[in-house]
Design a protein around this ligand. Sequence first.
Ligand code: TYC
Length: 146
Amino acid sequence: MKPVHDIPDPLTAMRRGRTGRRDRLPSGAAPVTHAMAGDDRKRRADPGLPGTAVITKTRPQIKRPSLYRVLILNDDYTPMEFVVYVIERFFGKDHEAANRIMLHVHNHGIGECGVYTYEVAETKVTQVMDFARKHQHPLQCVMEKK
Ligand code: TYC
């Protein structure tokens, strides 16, 4: 058991810092110890006191959006020129690119017209389906998660 006179006074111990030396700044002021700085932070952050504010640093959670392929399907009835026009109009392709995509679909049964985020892809599908129906062609357009 330690004699009572050997137990350091907690305030003196705090002012002296970890080394126990009476550290002084060049100005002669006592340095702010770790424990004091911590106490100070707690006091200033108390949201219950007037004129104080809590500043919280949050890491913004950024995620790339999922991408979706918009595909058209082959059928035996939709005219080739109609398909080429649809690809130009709704997918922004030039005539040559649109013709290549149409021929790919004609030969392979399915082909990609573009890749978009969910809502954009959904809009393209609706636009193509509505336009084909309006012209009484059975052209089918679907979306697929990449
Ligand atoms: N196969 C169609 C025809 O011979 C042309 C066509 C191509 C139709 C692509 C649909 O997605 C399609 N007229």
